[in-house]
Write a protein that binds this ligand. Sequence first.
Ligand code: AMP
Length: 228
Amino acid sequence: MALRGHHEVVLLLGAPGAGKGTQARMLAESLGVPHVASGDLLREHRARGTELGRAAQIYMDRGDLVPDDLVVAMIMERLEQPDALGGVLLDGFPRTLAQAEALDAKLREHGGQVRVAINLDVPKEALVRRLEGRRICRSCQATYHVDFNPSPAGESCGVCGGALYQRPDDRREVVANRVGVYLRDTVPVIEHYRHAGVLHRIDGDRDIEVIRSELAAAAGLKVSVAAA
Ligand code: AMP
């Protein structure tokens, strides 16, 4: 299928635990484009027991990155889906320079480009605490934190009543590795987009609503979502 569009490609970059997921869902909705999260897609593959899911498992459980060729193929396939032709919000991809180069080349092929890459920046010390306390709803993927943002429904989801769980890779033993991998492999991606002149940094260590409205402005939305 020939790709058209892809002028509306927005990247949300940032360390694990920076709060990308929560913000990305809201921003994609406001932009009217699909939210494509590489981590979510990989977890879906694992749940379905696909070949990719089985191959990815060992890396994910250790907090390492899944090899570039597998992740790039998965994202390229997603970008070919009809709903992505008008643009996407990419969350968690690209995470290495090789992935960024593959994405840029794919978009260029079809006359598109990354419109803005937003770095949601959170101090390293805050990341580990955020990840360890994170709890996620099995049904609707709403995200909570045991201390900073507990569910009003206790052990259940305040949105849909689903059961909350801790991602296996949010356990203390794995978290430090994930942050280290981020610093080594993904920080260069931020520099890559800074160089391309499309990088926008947002301080992610503030109130969720403040971040939300700054993200919307960075992504070029004119409406003030803070007032919504
Ligand atoms: P996330 O939900 O974004 O924190 O991703 C969870 C795990 O999936 C990561 O720790 C990696 O093992 C894997 N993963 C997600 N996105 C990528 C990517 N772009 N490249 C390589 N591995 C990824």
